[in-house]
Design a protein. Structure first.
Lengths: 99, 264
């Protein structure tokens, strides 16, 4: 068993790293960070595009819920999962909201 | 726009008199006027560009000889008139290079030389004043949609390069360089947007005018406002770290938003 615990504050703001760019090649979408490439599925792409350095995690999840027509809790779980991947690969950082 | 009217407005000459300056026959070669005066971007100091394409013979009395073309210069009613002579082989080379570009499938930047891009643009916006059928034949060699897509993709590649530079400069806190590169990225992203909206003009000197004339569109107001603010607004001092960071963030965010909009 390997339980893990990750704290996610829904008020936090995901801020993409400066060097990361999202590009479309054919019908596929990628994030590139110098020599690394990450292929995005549609949901991850939607989460990434919502990360404009201003929207909070909660706001992004609302956008995902609306566009995917899914319940908010489900959209929030998916959003957090995508953000965890982005964070793990150093593609963005989470910042506390401005006071 | 009608070629004869452009000629008359710019030089006060009739088309036949203009052609007579160079002893050009009215048939057998594609002859067209182009450049800023045709596009409505010019001013009293702008040249009238007359393109003469076809045959192997370059300008009979060339004042300027370049790698792929030569120019013969005249002055009429305070207007400089440049006759640009392009050989058929040079034009076929450009058409071949453009046809070979596979936008969206490969790295396309710099597949055409800068002067070749200007040539294609000037052909696409030009007005024939000589042999219409020769001009139409020449025009048919160039796919305008492919050229627009190429210019758009090339600008996106350049945005990517600029963002790479910016992130590296930020890492070593080279703030003076990063400010200039941020201004570049704003301009290049703006070019990408303008090309995606139909502009084929590759000349940076007209960027502000092109932005002012952008067609109404989903992002046009945003592009106009951000371009103006980030280009002409207060420029941060390299010594003011917070202001520099804020300018970087806004510039890069603008570039990302524009490219994301273009690519969908």
């Amino acid at each position: 068993l390997d339980p893990g615990l990750t704290e996610f504050c829904t008020a936090d703001v995901p801020v993409p790293e400066l060097r990361v760019v999202r590009r479309k090649y054919g019908s596929d979408r990628f994030l590139t960070s110098r020599t690394r490439f990450f292929k995005l599925d549609l949901l991850a792409d939607e989460v990434w595009r919502a990360c404009d350095g201003r929207a909070s995690v909660a706001r992004i999840a609302e956008q995902v819920a609306a566009s995917q027509q899914r319940p908010l809790d489900e959209a929030l779980a998916a959003t957090i999962l995508a953000l965890q991947y982005f964070q793990r690969y150093g593609l963005l950082t989470l910042r506390a909201p401005p006071v | 726009m009608d070629g004869a009217r452009v000629v008359a407005r710019a030089s006060g000459l009739m088309v036949d008199d203009l052609l007579a300056l160079e002893g050009l026959p009215s048939k057998g070669r594609a002859v067209y006027v182009s450049g800023s005066l045709v596009e409505g971007l010019g001013n009293p100091g702008s040249d009238l560009d007359v393109y003469v394409v076809g045959g192997r013979v370059l300008a009979p009395t060339a004042d300027v000889s370049k790698k792929h073309y030569s120019i013969s210069i005249h002055y009429c009613a305070d207007r400089r008139i440049d006759f640009e002579y392009w050989a058929a082989e040079s034009v076929e080379r450009i058409a071949g290079a453009l046809s070979a570009v596979k936008v969206g499938e490969e790295f396309v930047a710099d597949r055409l030389e800068a002067i070749d891009e200007v040539f294609v643009h000037r052909l696409l916006v030009g007005c024939p004043i000589g042999d219409d059928s020769a001009w139409e034949e020449l025009r048919a060699l160039f796919d305008a949609d492919r050229f627009r897509a190429y210019l758009t993709q090339q600008a996106i590649h350049r945005v990517d390069g600029a963002i790479e530079d910016i992130s590296g400069m930020v890492e070593v806190e080279d703030f003076a360089s990063v400010l200039l590169r941020c201004r570049d990225v704003v301009g290049i992203a703006t070019d990408a947007y303008a090309h995606s909206c139909g502009s084929t003009n590759p000349l940076t000197k007209w960027r502000a005018r092109i932005v002012a004339n952008l067609p109404q569109g989903e992002l046009a107001s945003y592009v106009r406002e951000r371009y103006a603010t980030l280009t002409f607004g207060a420029f941060a001092s390299p010594d003011d770290g917070d202001a520099v960071r804020s300018y970087i963030e806004e510039s890069v965010q603008y570039a990302h938003r524009v490219v994301n909009w273009i690519q969908g």
